[in-house]
Design a protein around this ligand. Structure first.
Ligand SMILES: [Zn+2]
Length: 115
């Protein structure tokens, strides 16, 4: 899933405009690289055991990561965190070959009129 370089994003000076992520996507920035990986996989429906195997870490480490993630992104349960992960997949995932990205709506898409 990840390549070689372990990118640590410490650029907190980034100014973001138009924060409208109602599901808390902006909080994802406070996650570490590993936590993002865990969250990304969590959003694909994997359980602790599968997560541990996938990331080659202990199951209790997975649980610890998930507990941190749930708290950091302001959710109460891992299920809620998984939903956030599914919604924010495009933000979390940096794999261009990934097949789990939300399908783009083809052609022009217009928001429904408030009328
Ligand atoms: Zn992806």
């Amino acid at each position: 899933m990840t390549g070689g370089s372990n990118v640590q994003d410490t650029s907190s000076s980034q100014v973001r405009t138009g924060r409208n992520a109602s599901y808390g996507a902006e909080r994802l920035e406070s996650l570490t690289g590993r936590e993002r990986e865990v969250l990304l996989l969590l959003g694909t429906g994997l359980g602790n055991r599968e997560l541990a195997r996938e990331l080659k870490i202990a199951e209790r480490t997975v649980k610890a990561h998930i507990a941190n993630i749930v708290r950091k992104i302001g959710q109460q349960t891992r299920t809620q965190a998984a939903i956030v992960a599914a919604l924010a997949h495009d933000t979390l995932c940096s794999d261009p070959a990934c097949t789990r990205h939300l399908p783009r709506v083809p052609g022009p898409w217009r928001a429904p009129s408030p009328l």
